[in-house]
Write a protein that binds this ligand. Structure first.
Ligand SMILES: Nc1nc2c(c(=O)[nH]1)N[C@H]1C(S)=C(S)[C@@H](COP(=O)(O)OP(=O)(O)OC[C@H]3O[C@@H](n4cnc5c(=O)[nH]c(N)nc54)[C@H](O)[C@@H]3O)O[C@H]1N2
Ligand SMILES: Nc1nc2c(c(=O)[nH]1)N[C@H]1C(S)=C(S)[C@@H](COP(=O)(O)OP(=O)(O)OC[C@H]3O[C@@H](n4cnc5c(=O)[nH]c(N)nc54)[C@H](O)[C@@H]3O)O[C@H]1N2
Ligand code: SF4
Ligand SMILES: [Mo]
Length: 740
């Protein structure tokens, strides 16, 4: 029997709708869903690989429990008994602060990870909470929370109506966009150009996106905040500031004018490796554009000045009148769970409420910096991590710390991982609990709807439901019960009811909520018989900005999405200021004190001597961080873990294309394959992350055959953006030598 099933792709932030051909319980073909209200048929090679992931013989189907140096397959009951003994043993011996949690990127791409994994992390009752966010986007959250009030009030380029786009440190033609959800960004960027618009890319590499841009400015890595200060200076210096509809909603303009006075383009240009004139033109063009904006991503956030840069990007958009303006940078309004959807001040943003044990790094939104993991694992004393839970994460490849971090993982007294593979991290676990295939579970994009260039809502039911395998939310709730001392067989249904009631009560507590006056028990009854993520999403949709408010008006619900398998279009982005501002002043705070204070660190860098060679990363379309290298469709061809070296640098160091180089950093060294290319700025080398699969215990045959090297052996856990706790994964000082 052949049928077509629809499923949103869970692999990247573009969230394409896929049309799967299912024959006798197997997916035999993957295409883009032409009728999807958001993606209209687009997909990339990773989406096509969904069926290879489902069928990958190395993907874990059963729980694995450590036996000596290896693993044996176990029943779910046996595995949870082992997890209970291991985790509660640590609590009994050392207390709860000896437990730690690391959550990885795919948590954001599935409803279990978004809605239930945090419940488990909370049940752990320890300050040792770490995630990929402090290897990634945390600077954005900090900047927008301080400026607009909520960490998810992240404006995105309104790309379809934009005619002047400046891109800093992002390569959407490779990544498909990030903190900027838009299927077919390559097509949308080409359309921007075709209607006469202009794209400027600021990147030390001539990236794929730079190649289609009108102008490419090859900046020195790490200098973006100086470039932006030069632009801000120019806007005041040349009287280009115009607030348009933001007039009356901005506080702190005079402070910004005063602080930017010291950063003329002429002063910062050399440090940026750019012409002062080019910086002035950047500012003039953006100020003059009818509809334009500036956008920055991973090259600017995983950077020692990440929060300053994220802040200054917002400042430039505000001063050019491009924020909250059609074709500029706009605030999406997600259908479910958007905490800026209700007007009025929310909870104040407080940073650094506690600090890490070893180096005293500040807490950020309930987490500690992942760059602290290695030292928290191996530094003896009260609160040393002795037991670790990882969910959908591979810190052994995604976090800095290299061999030290891996030794720390190896020496743990207890480790439990929820993961689909035995990889560089999970090989150290005592118990590995595999979630079902993406095809066996439903999907809704809670996080990415908050970042999308068009408001839509789409729900994918499970394509190949599998009752024999617990869903991921059931696995993490069972772990939560274990951590709460309920033993290996907690009442998961009762815990799910508790979670649902908590979500309802939290929502109803807001005075502007449409369910403010409703009895939570009554609402729970109305959501019955749904349970798990479906119940929570139904609730969030119905009480959300487009919801039916539980029968009080015409609006959407999960039932409405089920009846619209290609999704429901909720329209283009709309201006949202002032309602979107949920900080205490309900105004745009242009000069938050923590940012202003942090400029002193930038000044020191501006005055310091420049490293002769620095390392940056890059992404390839057919890769996804560390974990999709086991799919033959993706780990093939030109997708290789090579070091890009400029021809001049190669000549100076005796390096040849196809040969090898030894790259040394303060924290480690690697022998890497060299690719000589003029697409990287002289003085800069580029190596992708997430590789280095040839280590004992990994069970990923395809990846092990083309292993590459772990670039995070070179990144420095000590090099943090202090405000956001995000580590600098770019602009790493290195030296190069010929490797025989
Ligand atoms: N040097 C350098 N390092 C970087 C970066 C960089 O640019 N340069 N980028 C950083 C960024 S942006 C990020 S987001 C991080 C990513 O950091 P991580 O999230 O730690 O790493 P991933 O490689 O995404 O690993 C995802 C893990 O989840 C598992 N997995 C996949 N799907 C599922 C699922 O549905 N459920 C569960 N339970 N597990 C699943 C995979 O097997 C894998 O083990 O890496 C960061 N590290
Ligand atoms: N194919 C693919 N897609 C992905 C991923 C993947 O691994 N593969 N990962 C996903 C994840 S987790 C994320 S967070 C997103 C990231 O999405 P993007 O931010 O678009 O990621 P990259 O493609 O790495 O682009 C970052 C760019 O920053 C440049 N850069 C490095 N240092 C600097 C600097 O100091 N200044 C400036 N201006 N530029 C700099 C690099 O040369 C690179 O071109 O991609 C997501 N999508
Ligand atoms: S662009 Fe992203 S969401 Fe779309 S098919 Fe590729 S990996 Fe999936
Ligand atoms: Mo990321």
């Amino acid at each position: 029997m052949t049928e077509t099933a629809l499923r949103i792709c869970p692999f990247c932030e573009a969230t394409c709708g896929l049309a799967l051909t299912v024959e006798n319980g197997r997916v035999t073909d993957v295409r883009g869903d032409d009728d999807d209200v958001f993606s209209a048929g687009y997909l990339c090679p990773k989406g096509v690989a969904l069926s290879q992931l489902d069928e990958d013989p190395d993907r874990l189907r059963a729980p694995m429990v450590r036996k000596g140096e290896g693993f044996v397959a176990a029943s779910w009951d046996e595995a949870f008994e082992a997890a209970d003994a291991a985790l509660n043993g640590v609590i009994a011996r050392h207390g709860r602060q000896a437990l730690g949690f690391y959550g990885g990127n795919p948590n954001t791409h599935n409803v279990s990870g978004t809605l239930y994994t945090p419940v488990m992390a909370k049940a752990m009752g320890s300050h040792h909470v770490y995630s990929a966010s402090t290897l990634d986007q945390m600077p954005k959250h900090v900047a927008v929370a301080l400026m607009y009030g909520d960490k998810f009030s992240i404006p995105v380029p309104d790309v379809d109506r934009c005619d002047h786009l400046v891109i800093l440190g992002a390569d959407p033609l490779a990544s498909n966009g990030s903190l900027w959800t838009a299927p077919d960004l390559p097509g949308r960027l080409r359309a921007l150009k075709a209607r006469g618009g202009k794209i400027v890319v600021v990147d030390p590499r001539r990236s794929r996106t730079a190649k289609i841009a009108d102008r490419h400015l090859p900046i020195v890595p790490g200098a973006d905040s100086l470039l932006l200060l030069g632009m801000v200076h120019t806007l005041f210096d040349e009287s280009l500031v115009r607030l348009r509809r933001l007039d009356g909603h901005v506080r702190g303009i005079d402070d910004v004018r005063a602080l930017a006075a010291a950063y003329s383009p002429e002063r910062v240009a050399a440090r940026c490796g750019l012409d002062a004139g080019d910086i002035r033109v950047l500012a003039r063009e953006l100020a003059a554009a009818e509809r334009g904006c500036i956008y920055g991503r991973i090259g600017t956030t995983t950077n020692r000045f990440g929060t300053l840069t994220a802040w200054l990007i917002e400042v430039v958009n505000v001063l050019c009148g491009q924020l909250d303006h059609e074709g500029g940078a706009m605030f999406p309004l997600g259908a479910a769970g958007h905490r800026n959807a209700l007007p009025g001040p929310g909870r104040a943003t407080e940073l650094h409420r506690w600090t890490s044990r070893v180096r005293g790094a500040g807490e950020v939104f309930g987490e500690l910096p992942s760059a602290c993991l290695a030292e928290e694992l191996d530094t003896p004393g009260d609160g040393q991590i002795r037991g670790l839970i990882t969910v959908a994460g591979n810190p052994a490849r995604s976090a800095p710390g290299g061999p030290r971090l891996e030794a720390g993982l190896r020496n743990l007294e207890a480790m439990v991982s929820v993961d689909v593979y035995l990889n560089e991290t999970t090989r150290f676990a005592d118990v590995v609990l595999p979630p079902p295939s993406p095809l066996a579970r439903p999907h809704f994009d809670l996080a990415f709807n908050l970042l999308a260039v068009r408001n839509t809502a789409r729900w994918s039911p499970a394509v190949l439901p599998d009752d024999s395998h617990p869903d991921e939310w059931e696995i993490v709730l069972r772990l939560a019960g274990i951590l709460a001392g309920q033993g290996p067989r907690p009442d998961v249904a009762a815990m799910d009811d508790y979670v649902a009631r908590t979500v309802i009560q939290r929502e109803a507590a807001h005075p502007a909520s449409p369910v403010h006056d409703r009895d939570p028990d009554e609402l729970l009854a109305e959501l019955s018989p749904r349970r798990g993520p479906a119940r929570l999403i139904d609730f969030l949709l119905r009480s959300g900005p487009y919801g039916d408010h539980f029968g009080r008006r015409d609006g959407i619900s999960l039932a409405a999405l089920e009846a619209a398998p290609h999704g429901i279009d909720l329209g283009p982005l709309q201006p949202r200021i002032p309602a979107v501002l949920t900080n205490a002043t309900q105004a745009i705070e242009l000069a938050p004190a923590p940012m202003v204070a942090d400029l002193a660190r930038l000044d020191a860098w501006l005055a310091a001597e420049q490293a002769p060679f620095v390392l940056i990363g890059r992404r390839h379309l057919r890769s996804n961080n560390s974990w999709m290298h086991n799919l033959p469709l993706l780990n093939s061809g030109t997708n290789r873990c090579t070091l890009w070296v400029h021809p001049d640098d190669a000549a100076a160091h005796g390096l040849a294309d196809g040969g090898q180089a030894c790259v040394r950093a303060a924290t480690g060294e690697l022998v890497v394959d060299v690719e000589v290319t003029a697409d990287v700025r002289p003085g800069v080398v580029s190596l992708p992350h997430g590789w280095g699969h040839d280590v004992p215990g990994v069970r990923m045959g395809v990846a092990q055959a083309r292993p590459g090297v772990n670039s995070n052996a070179l990144t420095d856990p000590g090099d943090l953006d202090p405000l956001s706790g995000t580590v600098s994964l770019n602009a790493i000082p290195v030296s190069l030598a010929h490797a025989p």
